[in-house]
Write a protein that binds this ligand. Structure first.
Ligand code: UDP
Length: 339
């Protein structure tokens, strides 16, 4: 039986991944410090006989080494993510996103174990090309603009992983995740869809940043985790960077309108400047659409869910969570002025 280690397995994507891995018959070990992850994300699989949950920091290198040595394959998803969190704590972002990746690579370099490394479309930075393919340039902004530390840390992870692949023949697959959405994602760290849905559920307004003409592609988490597992079973993917996500483009204004239509038609939609939301030094990415040719050539990728399907699915999940959220300060879904 294959034993899979999933770091960040109690997080939004990690918990969905753990479910799929269990369905394939694997033994699954989750390492998570429950900082942005939540044990409730594992409610559906908590009692599964092949699931083992270890609560711990991915920077606990003794623990990490032990868990990696006991595993046949590793899915490394643990990271500091979300624009708000990254802006708030650049030091933690760098330390969580780089050291543990380097350690995992060191622990499994020279073995036949496989590694999936979760990277991000954020590494393309401000590259205006559409669509973005894996060979394109990474165009990051200046270091005084805090947002870029996330892209920078993940780009470093990619360089390290490719270095280990070349030097030791390590079986690593690097997935550049574009915007992933679905049940269990929370809006607290900036992610737009759960924020819009919760704002609409509370009577609005839905707060769109800037002119709302920025473009994103939102993939359903179940499509994405299925893809990750298929890539791990695809020998041709080894040593490659692969864009993962949807290429169905939508502006953020259109997303707000879709959410309004699905949740409460007529709910107000307002616009707020980036400066008011994130502070003067913030800069956004205007256009982010992946070229999925490589992914399609590798595994014949065809997503099952549209953005509308996903909005309805997340809406149901948010409604179910509402009674639990009562008493929680709703201002967390409002503006988050920084200076
Ligand atoms: N966004 C927005 N309102 C919000 C949160 C986000 O208009 O309450 C915008 C944000 O400025 C960005 C897009 O939605 O242009 C996607 O933001 P998210 O943080 O989800 O992902 P990323 O910026 O990493 O693509």
């Amino acid at each position: 039986m294959i034993r899979s280690l999933v770091t960040g397995g109690a997080g939004f994507i990690g918990s969905h991944l753990a479910e799929v891995l269990l369905l394939t018959g694997r033994d699954v070990v989750i390492l998570d410090d429950l900082s942005t992850g939540n044990i409730r994300n594992l409610d559906d699989i908590r009692d599964h006989s092949r699931l083992h949950v270890v609560e711990g920091d991915v920077r606990n290198y003794c623990l990490l080494e032990k868990l990696v040595s006991e595993a046949d394959e590793v899915y490394h998803l643990a990271a500091a993510v979300g624009v708000k969190l990254v802006l708030d704590d650049p030091i933690r972002t760098a330390s969580v996103n780089v050291g543990p990746t380097e350690a995992i690579l060191r622990f499994i370099g020279g073995t036949s174990k496989k590694l999936f490394l979760a990277s991000t479309s954020e590494v393309y930075g401000k590259n205006p090309k559409t669509p973005l393919s894996e060979e394109d340039d990474l165009l990051l902004g200046p270091s005084h603009r805090g947002r870029w530390i996330y892209a920078c840390s993940k780009a470093l992870d990619e360089y390290l992983a490719l270095g280990y692949f070349r030097k030791t023949g390590l079986s690593v697959i690097i997935g550049r995740l574009f915007n992933v959405v679905g049940p269990r994602q929370v809006g607290d760290y900036g992610m737009v869809l759960p924020r819009f849905i919760n704002q609409a559920l509370h009577g609005g307004p839905i707060t769109v940043h800037d002119d709302g003409q920025q473009v994103r592609c939102f993939a359903n988490v179940t499509d994405v985790v299925r893809t990750i597992v298929e890539l791990m079973d695809c020998p041709e993917a080894v040593g490659k960077v692969v864009n993962l996500g949807s290429d169905e483009a939508i502006t953020i204004r259109q997303l707000a309108e879709l959410v309004a239509e699905c949740v409460t038609p007529g709910v107000p939609i307002t616009h707020i400047s980036y400066a008011d939301e994130y502070g003067q030094d913030f800069e956004d990415v205007r256009h982010r659409v992946p070229d999925l040719t490589r992914l399609r050539n590798l595994i014949g990728y065809r997503p099952a869910k549209t953005i509308r399907d996903t909005v309805l699915e997340v809406l149901e999940a948010c409604k179910r969570a509402l009674p639990m959220a009562r008493g929680v300060d709703d201002s967390r879904y409002g503006p988050h002025k920084r200076n």
